[in-house]
Design a protein around this ligand. Structure first.
Ligand code: NAP
Length: 277
């Protein structure tokens, strides 16, 4: 599945307050890694929050969890939240949490409509307590390529992880050519990468750019400048901090959103490493 926001839609969304920009609230002294959205030039922090299957029920427990995760995102300098009208009650939960916490001007929300029509759009906007337009598209790489060529959207969202690198062949080069930002869905293979390294120590050669497995996996993706942002899913505020930039640690490589990225040799080594798992 990809998200598609056309330039016109993006402008309308901005005007409607749907994709809201603000300065990130950096809590440490190491600069945040940000990337420009090619179509608008606006810079966004490179680690966001994915919300598939984590905020499905609009109840007190879920709202409390979502509040902690969104606060951890913002506290650590992040802004991007990816959701969809089909992610259970996630839109309602996020809409309430963001409004209650007064974080509307601190976050940049991207939602996806499964079968865009006026009614679905209205429901999404009501749930998110905001206004604006996005659209969605489902398909395999050739279909995504066709849409990229035809629509030249502002963003494409594609599955891309250290152990699922198919997007590197055609989608990343094409996105760069048509100046579409790239959001990488499922950056941990839906948790598959963590399961593969369970019980293993982070290799010494990776310690210069990563403090945790999460940062190791995300920084492989972020080392490609064609990637605009990664959107790991989590319902855990501690994991959100680990993914973004742990304000509790002052080391240069605290969090995937700060510090050095792996160079091409280190990236090759990361692939070799993951292929031995
Ligand atoms: N466009 C599409 O087709 C599409 C499809 C699927 C998803 N998406 C988007 O992409 C987002 C990411 O995909 P995903 O959520 O399915 O999978 P994912 O991000 O690849 O992996 C999520 C899993 O990783 C765990 N995790 C996250 N951060 C961690 C950390 N720092 N340390 C240890 N474990 C960690 C989560 O558990 P905890 O909750 O315990 O942290 C969860 O089990 C989705 O949420 C959604 O927004 C898009």
């Amino acid at each position: 599945m990809t998200i598609r926001i056309t330039r016109r839609d993006f402008a309308a969304a901005l005007a409607g307050g749907f994709l809201v920009s603000s300065k990130a609230t950096a809590q440490t002294e190491t600069p945040l890694l940000t990337r420009a959205i090619p179509g608008s030039g606006e810079r966004i922090p490179v680690v966001g929050l994915g919300t598939a299957a984590v905020f499905d029920e609009d109840d007190e427990t879920t709202r409390r969890k979502a509040d902690a995760v969104v606060q951890a995102l913002v506290k650590n300098g992040g802004r991007l939240i990816d959701t969809a009208s089909t992610y259970g009650d996630a839109e309602s939960v996020l809409g309430k949490v963001i409004a209650t916490a007064g974080l509307r001007d601190k976050v940049f929300i991207a939602t996806k409509l499964e079968s865009p029509d006026t009614e679905e759009l209205k429901r999404s906007l009501t749930r998110l307590k905001t206004e604006g337009i996005t659209s969605t598209f489902r398909g395999d790489y050739p279909a995504v390529e066709a849409v990229l060529k035809r629509e030249k959207p502002d963003f494409v969202q594609i599955d891309y992880s250290l152990d699922n690198r198919g997007a590197e062949k055609s989608i990343l080069p094409l996105a760069a050519e048509v100046r579409a930002g790239v959001l990488t869905a499922v950056p941990y293979g839906n948790g598959r990468l963590f399961r593969a390294v369970r019980g293993k120590e982070l290799p010494d050669w990776a310690r210069g750019f990563a403090n945790s497995w999460g940062q190791f996996f995300l920084k492989y993706l972020l080392a490609d400048p064609r990637v605009t942002a990664v959107i790991p899913g989590t319902a855990d505020a501690g994991h959100m901090a680990d993914n973004a930039a742990d304000a509790g640690h002052m080391a240069d490589n605290a969090g995937a959103m700060r510090g050095p990225l792996p160079d091409p040799d280190q990236r090759r080594r990361m692939i070799e490493f993951v292929e031995t798992l």
